[in-house]
Design a protein around this ligand. Sequence first.
Ligand code: ATP
Ligand code: MG
Length: 567
Amino acid sequence: MAEIKETETNEPRGLNFVEQEVYSDLQAGKNGGRLNTRFPPEPNGYLHIGHAKAICMDFGVAEKFGGTCNLRFDDTNPVKEDVEYVDSIREDIHWLGFDWGDREYYASDYFPKLFDLACRLIKEGKAYVDDQSSEEIAAQKGTPTEPGTESPFRNRTPEENLDLFMRMNAGEFEEGSRVLRAKIDMASSNMHFRDPIMYRIIKHPHHRTGTTWKVYPMYDFAHGQSDYFEGVTHSICTLEFVPHRPLYDYFVDELADETYRPRQIEFNRLNITYTVMSKRKLLALVKEGLVAGWDDPRMPTICGMRRLGYTPKSIRKFIDTIGYTKYEALNSVSLLEHAVREDLNAIATRVMGVINPVKVVITNYPEDKVETVCMENNPEQEGSGTHEMPFSRELYIEREDFMENPPKKFFRLAPGSEVRLKGAYIIKCEDVVKDADGNITELHCTYDPDTLSGMPGANRKVKGTLHWVSAAHAVDAEARLYDRLFDVENPAAEPDRDFRDMLNPNSLEVRKIKVEPFVAQNAAKGAKFQFQRIGYFTPDYDSTPEHLVFNRTIGLRDTWEKEQKKK
Ligand code: ATP
Ligand code: MG
């Protein structure tokens, strides 16, 4: 067999295209061989799964090549931003497993330097104050094939521009009455070069700088320079910024030299089915009470997924699986759910919970007898041990596990048929008890006393095995069963419909359930259970010892929802 040769560049295998770019810059000794990325959230909402993709990239690439990643709050719009969001963003990044050390920065830290740069550009004739409204400016933008129209204020003198800009910042003018624009080229084929707005007037106090500033920089004037001030080498962002890149470079040119300059690299945003990722829409869902909050378990937010019971490991695995490309795509939420199931299968404690209980009375079992049976905690995890579960004359099983007139291949309980109660005896249904309306209230069964583990009939085979709990010992609880928030695969692709009209009206179902005592005793925050045959559950934040509440994180199989709907 031929010897495997290292490639000429020694490039490590399996790098995505962003990592390849970073790697080759490092190999070429750019920026003195330094690698510094940043994750730049705007603190105007909670982070969602799309942000997790950016976080995994920004922190991940730095980790991979021994660089660092800054957390930079892109707080350039005081109207929408708040410290509440700053705190949640920190918590969510840490929960995902990343850390920025002492490199927590704010774009607002650079307001003085950005203001100085703006003044310099004004003095050099590269920026001017425009007295037109944003509508007038937009109307002069032109089209990709037709040049724009120059503003009548474009040729003011640097002195006049400087004076006006200072007065804008002193609060002398109303919001929207003037802007500072870069004087570049109204005929440029790149629309972003048609005298882009650098500063606007905002009189709302800023959550960090208070009322110091009355003018605030636009993204395009703030981002690249903030990267530069911070020493960022690779500014990784999403594809919609591709057309902004020449402008990014244009402003960076004002600061950088050949020893150091940041560069922008773009990858595809994450979009997943049956949800929306726009912060504006997510904020509307919260503000209008259409969900219970940012951490409503149906939300695509990191905190929502945490509350639902998703693990950081499964989110990172999902992001790793879908990878990074240079074209937009829509990823199936099933892939994310698959990663969640896989992780929970490995770590969740196996227990019994009945989510739609019907009573079983074992008529030939002694009335006051209680036995304990032993249950494996997790067959996937060596050394995870066992726990005990009480068995008695009256039990609960799942209502769906009984059918009075079953079809041919129904292997669960039916009149005259036998099933095994998992970890316990084989029972046979003898009688069905109904109320005046014909609803089944009890199933009277007999048990075969010879069929418990260790007894001669322990291995007697029957077709069905059911989960169950002992009625006298079971603990009442509430289960919240979640389904997709939207019932349209890609709500963002329906521009003619209000996203509110696409909400799934059945996205939350609340059930009164019965759980085995062990569950109640171990329902600490963050606990992960597999209710056997039903799905993965975790205690909700609303859960108390007196009133247990569980979120169904995910069904056991992908088909769970479909089966539920058929019933
Ligand atoms: P806004 O509409 O408020 O600008 P945003 O989603 O861009 O919202 P930011 O807080 O500006 O939110 O995003 C921080 C970082 O996360 C940016 O680098 C952005 O590119 C990235 N990001 C945001 N949404 C996604 C997504 N769906 N997939 C991948 N990265 C994303
Ligand atoms: Mg943004």
